[in-house]
Design a protein around this ligand. Structure first.
Ligand code: FAD
Length: 475
């Protein structure tokens, strides 16, 4: 049975859902508030230079997804190599953290401290069965206090703008693929060979920036009859009993309505709840408002130099510097800058409407140039032009109680029979784009179970984006 499905949000998750649905001829409409698709994975083009919203890379263990993306992109998809470093205390360390570097580049006293605090942490963990409640506990229990104070603590505080004591350990377990210092040592001596994401040396990247992947996906959706409505902000969910009948969106000052049989929502959970009729959502508004996002400002600088470094990412952990990462987009694709030129992209975490968010472009540039200079990157006299970009929903803030708020919201949404919420914003989870895409595809397949009979494996999904895999499906 063909259904009319509306997808809220045209980022990687929403587009992947629509991509899958359109392959089976469903009547699918994507409603996206921005003038272009891609969500956090857009690429801005300016004077022949291209800048992502913080350089992205595509890595996935899902062979089917990788194969479909390669087929869609053909020669437009590059395989790039990653080399990342940590700039710390005027030294350059390998990223991810390498024991060899710590031993060789830190003084004897620091090395002794690293070792003793690690042994102490390991001992306390075994004897007192210390629990990981906060991000700080998680790291200290696995790496010891010295490494926490040197790198993880300051970086995390800068990224989230709050003490790592107030951040749930969930973030560490999702973000840091190394298990502990022992794991680092095992890898150093090649006693462990599997490669978690953090270690991946190669990745896929489109010639014209990560956004090209989603521009091409959107073209395929349209070719197959799907609709993509841009500049359209979803503002109301139309409800009758426990059934959602459609949505209203605001487009260039006028309100429009789309009716539907089913909704796949990938917009931020709080925004979705606020779009429900107030009298129905009143008990969960508090939980919706308790979920906070960290914003990011990006400084994009066009540089009249052929190269700056050979690194894909340079992590800057010390709190005295404004940026968390320095990137050279050309390292991902040579087509990201005109021949013989390069560019610099800086990621600066902030909160919406705080001092950094409101800072003028010129002041922010000057602050960044001072920091870059101190870090040994002098581009002051080589700047051709620059611009800044921003995102409001960069990172879901994993406060200690975020899980409770999320659960209350999912319980509320579960009372409606025809909506599923997925993706990074829709599940309030720190997801990479491949998982967001998998979730979108899984949500689409869940709706079309009768259409996919005969497939060997189908991923089913509940609201909240929990993936449950079943091995066979019957019509
Ligand atoms: C700095 C940074 C670097 C990253 N680097 C990587 C990387 O290297 N590799 C990787 O795999 N992942 C990376 N990610 C994560 C990746 O960007 C996300 O996993 C991915 O974008 C999630 O896709 P999504 O569709 O779930 O959400 P989003 O991309 O956020 O898309 C949500 C969409 O909903 C739209 N929307 C919101 N509200 C409304 C509304 N009311 N009405 C209509 N539309 C609405 C938004 O405009 C947006 O287009 C990075 C993220 C950041 C912040």
């Amino acid at each position: 049975m063909k259904r009319k499905i509306v997808v809220l949000g045209g980022g990687p998750c929403g587009l992947s859902a629509a991509w899958e649905l359109s392959k089976y001829g469903h009547d699918v409409t994507v409603v996206e508030k921005e003038p272009m698709v891609g969500g956090l994975c857009i690429t801005n083009e300016y004077k022949g230079y291209r800048f992502d919203l913080g350089g992205h890379r595509f890595i996935s263990r899902n062979e089917e997804l990788v194969c479909d993306i390669r087929k869609m992109m053909g020669d437009e998809l590059l395989v790039s190599k990653r080399k990342s470093v940590i700039l710390l205390k005027e030294k350059v360390f390998h990223y991810p953290l390498s024991i060899k570097d710590i031993v060789l580049k830190m003084n004897v006293w620091t090395n002794l401290k690293v070792l003793t605090t690690y042994i102490m942490a390991a001992f306390l963990k075994i004897v007192f069965r210390k629990k990981d409640i906060s991000f700080e506990n998680w790291i200290v229990n696995r790496f010891g206090r010295t490494l926490y104070t040197l790198f993880f603590g300051p970086y995390t505080e800068k990224l989230w703008g709050i003490s790592p004591k107030r951040i749930s350990s969930d973030w560490a377990s999702q973000r840091i693929s190394l298990l502990d210092l022992k794991d680092v040592l095992f890898r150093l001596f090649r006693l462990k060979k599997d490669t978690p994401r953090t270690f991946a040396q190669t990745y896929f990247y489109p010639k014209k920036g990560i956004g090209q992947m989603f521009d091409m996906m959107s073209e395929e959706i349209k070719k197959k009859g799907g609709k993509i409505v841009l500049n359209a902000k979803v503002s109301h969910i139309r409800v009758h009993d426990n059934h959602i009948e459609g949505i209203d969106y605001l487009q260039r000052g006028s309100m429009k309505t789309v009716n539907c049989d089913f909704i796949i929502s990938t917009i931020p959970l709080p925004d979705l709840i606020h779009a429900f009729p107030r009298h129905l959502a009143k008990d969960v508004l508090y939980h919706a408002d308790a979920l906070k996002f960290r914003a990011v400002r990006f400084v994009n600088i066009l540089v009249d130099l052929p190269d700056i470094s050979e690194n894909t990412w340079m992590y800057v952990s010390e709190g005295k510097y404004i940026m968390t990462r320095i990137q050279e987009p050309k390292r991902r694709s040579i087509f990201n800058a005109p021949e013989g030129k390069t560019s610099v992209l800086l990621e600066i975490p902030c909160n919406e409407h705080d001092e950094i968010w409101n800072c003028s472009e010129e002041d922010l540039l000057q602050r960044c140039l001072r920091d870059l200079n101190e870090l040994g990157i002098d581009i002051q006299d080589k700047i051709i032009d620059y611009f800044t970009t921003r995102v409001t929903h960069g990172y879901p803030v994993y406060s200690h109680d975020y899980g409770i708020h999320r659960l209350e919201i999912f319980s509320f949404l579960d009372t409606y029979e025809n909506i599923v919420t997925c993706g990074r914003q829709g599940t309030f989870r720190y997801l990479f784009m491949d998982t967001a895409m998998e979730m979108g595809i899984a949500a689409a397949r869940n709706l079309m179970l009768d259409n996919v009979a005969g497939r060997e494996k189908v991923q089913l999904m509940r609201s909240g984006g929990e993936l449950i895999e079943v091995s066979s499906v019957t019509a």
